[in-house]
Design a protein around this ligand. Structure first.
Ligand code: FEO
Length: 398
């Protein structure tokens, strides 16, 4: 049940969204949370709000600690509506004249969402604010993952309120990292990184360096989604460092859709060939596996193989969907190739190859296609092709 005490005087007054399963195209099979933090000091501060439909629940949670009208100000670390949608309802309750602290770009973005009616107070990067025994430092984190994003660091409690960074879409009564199985927690954190932050990896690497340079002690990380890291905040920072480097593993992914079971037969033979070269490999049918789960596996794979039958002189719609999604997330350090069956024209392999090249993925060759149904000889060719790809992966990861 919320609210829950994070440390003495700081409460998570956010909400659990148990049943959300699609978060703007990302599959949230474990639901999510929108965390918001009430800090009770000489001044009473609310850090972030929640999605609009949950605004009343947020205010109910706050009311269990303090009359919302006693809140002195709001800090908005991020303008995306899952954290600011409740702001109009909150301000209406606490008083429209109360300050809303945000980054400079936060002011701009909040105005674009909610108009000019709030008392916006933009703060500079590394600006400070004392609220009693606590002092906050604001750290701009532009494009992580919106232009307005910032962190708020509580110097007194050594807590980093990190907005989306270090988040996970995970709904549960458990609120801390030591209450969740690490394998589940870090899978969700990796999926979040792969689908939300991957394209900003260079900025994340720099940010980690900057924060390390500030030599601030971090005892706890409070993200706006999922659990709070109190047992081992260093572990998630290390994980981000590793993910941001985007060094591929000796791993391939075979991603495909199929029309009359020919492309899937090719995929299975290719997979056997790759595996026989000692490379970790798994198949992902785009009909069954969500694009965001596939993308999580793509993130640390060296080779990306994409298969599609030719349909109406081009690729299958599910494959087009995935290629568009992957392109946006800008994977790097990868080799790739296309394959697929066709009836009479066979454009799919060329279309996929062009798309992979546009993403900067180095093509292993011009791809492999089979007319109608692969026979024994065709499947042998697929297997050998897989071995060639496996050998290329193994060689690049030595
Ligand atoms: Fe969780 Fe970028 O919002």
């Amino acid at each position: 049940m919320r609210p829950k005490e994070v440390v003495k005087g700081i409460y998570n007054v956010g909400v659990i969204d148990w049943n959300i399963r699609d978060f703007h195209g990302y599959s949230t099979e474990r639901g999510s949370t929108y965390n918001a933090f009430l800090v009770m000091d000489e001044k009473i501060v609310l850090i972030d709000t929640v999605k609009k439909p949950f605004a009343e629940s947020l205010l109910d949670n706050i009311s269990k600690i303090v009359d919302p009208q006693r809140i002195d100000c709001v800090i908005s670390n991020h303008a995306e509506p899952d954290h600011s949608g409740g702001l109009p309802d909150v301000m209406a309750r606490i008083g429209m004249d109360k300050p809303v602290y945000c980054s400079k770009l936060g002011e701009k973005n909040l105005r674009r969402h909610y108009g000019d009616g709030f008392n916006y107070q933009p703060v500079p990067d590394k600006g400070e604010m004392t609220i009693g025994k606590r002092t906050f430092t604001f750290l701009e984190t532009r494009m992580l993952h919106w232009p307005d994003s910032m962190f708020t660091y509580d110097k007194t409690d050594r807590i980093l309120f990190s907005s989306d960074a270090f988040g996970q879409h995970y709904a549960g009564q458990e609120m801390f990292d030591d209450e969740v199985e690490p394998v589940i927690l870090f899978h969700q954190a990796k999926k979040y990184y792969a689908n939300i932050l991957q394209l900003y990896s260079d900025r994340i690497a720099k940010l980690i360096e900057t924060v390390a340079g500030l030599k601030i002690a971090i005892d706890m990380i409070c993200p706006d989604h999922g659990v709070i890291f109190r047992k081992d905040p260093g572990r998630i920072i290390e994980a981000y460092k590793t993910w941001s480097e985007r060094k591929p593993l000796k791993k391939a992914v075979v991603i495909y859709d199929t029309m009359w079971n020919s492309t899937v037969k090719m995929a299975e033979a290719i997979l056997c060939g790759i595996s026989d070269e000692g490379v970790q490999v798994a198949p992902y049918s785009l009909r069954s596996v969500h694009r965001s789960d596939v993308m999580t596996e793509v993130m640390n794979a060296k080779a990306v193989l994409i298969g599609s039958p030719t349909l109406n002189n081009t690729i299958y719609p599910t494959v087009a969907d995935f290629l568009t999604y992957m392109k946006g997330l800008r994977p790097v350090n990868k080799i790739g190739a296309a394959f697929g069956s066709y009836g009479w024209s066979g454009e799919a392999v060329k279309v996929i190859g062009g798309s992979l090249e546009e993403m900067g993925i180095e093509l292993i060759d011009q791809g492999l296609k089979v007319q109608y149904v692969p026979d024994k000889e065709n499947l042998k060719s697929c297997y050998e092709w897989g071995r060639k790809i496996g050998a290329a992966v193994a060689a690049s990861c030595e």
